[in-house]
Design a protein around this ligand. Structure first.
Ligand code: GDP
Length: 249
């Protein structure tokens, strides 16, 4: 993985409740902490949310969330579909009525003894294209998406899907400002997915990545950068690996 400023994620430490005092020796845990076995191919749509307040009562597990966001037409839906090996999954987010919602997709995991459980959520956020939208639409986007990015505690990472020919445009910066404003920004991973790499000549590719990495250096979050092509299905394993790192922390 090309990494602008990749800080190795700190191993999350697990503490067990100490044994009751009547025991002479500590009681070993029933199960060793399990490693996540995420099945991206089995990802399924679970819920759409129209406003942040609705998240409180939503039937969602308390597991890490990774948001996918990007300018309209950057290829976000294609990237999610390719990542999950499903042709129509994220296009569900484009059906009338769902385009301005936070769409939650569950990635299943195998728990102890192989039992299925929710491993993480991929959250497909409404696309943005601020040049064209009117003020009320923009304000609504800020409230819902900006509010989610700035305040959601379960959010572990954000994948920003960009057209590799026009990375880090003004609207992307607007988005980065929301994330940078978090009090725990340093703990949030940002992954810049430079999509449509198939449209860039090979000699140009390193320059595009270097440019994005250069911008990433001044951000408070750990940022990684990768080239991707949803069309050619290039970079899929690298994206899955990055998501596993983000989710496992
Ligand atoms: P979204 O609006 O960000 O969800 O974008 P879509 O996934 O709907 O893709 C927008 C357009 O870009 C569609 O015409 C896709 O076929 C095209 N597209 C998506 N990914 C790629 C890619 O990797 N390479 C090329 N050349 N086109 C792509």
């Amino acid at each position: 993985m090309r990494s602008a400023r990749w800080r190795a994620p700190g191993r999350s430490r697990v503490f067990y409740r100490s044994a009751p005092r009547t025991f002479a020796r500590p009681v070993p845990p029933l199960h060793a902490p399990s490693v996540l076995v995420l099945h991206f191919e089995s990802t399924r749509f679970v819920i759409s949310v129209a406003e942040l307040a609705a998240l409180n009562g939503a039937p969602l597990a308390m597991v890490p969330e990774v948001a996918f966001v990007g300018r309209s037409n950057a290829g976000k839906s294609t990237a999610i579909n390719v990542l999950t090996g499903q042709r129509q999954l994220a296009h569900a987010s484009k059906t009338p009525g769902r385009t301005q919602l936070l769409n939650f997709f569950e990635v299943p995991d195998r728990g102890p003894e192989g039992l299925p459980r929710t491993g993480a959520y991929l959250v497909d956020l409404p696309g943005y294209g601020f040049a064209k939208v009117d003020a009320p639409t923009r304000s609504r986007w800020d409230q819902l998406v900006g509010g989610y990015l700035a305040g959601r505690r379960l959010l572990r990472g954000v994948v920003i899907v960009m057209d590799a020919r026009r990375p880090l445009a003004g609207a992307d910066e607007h988005l980065l400002a929301w994330i940078s404003g978090r009090s725990d920004a340093e703990a949030l991973r940002v992954h810049l997915l430079l999509n449509k790499a198939d449209q860039i000549a090979r000699p140009e590719r390193a320059r595009v990545v270097a440019q994005a990495e250069h911008r990433a250096e001044s951000l408070p979050m750990p940022v990684s950068v990768q080239l991707f092509s949803g069309l050619k299905k290039e970079g899929v394993e690298e994206l899955r690996l990055t998501l596993r790192q983000i989710i496992e922390g």
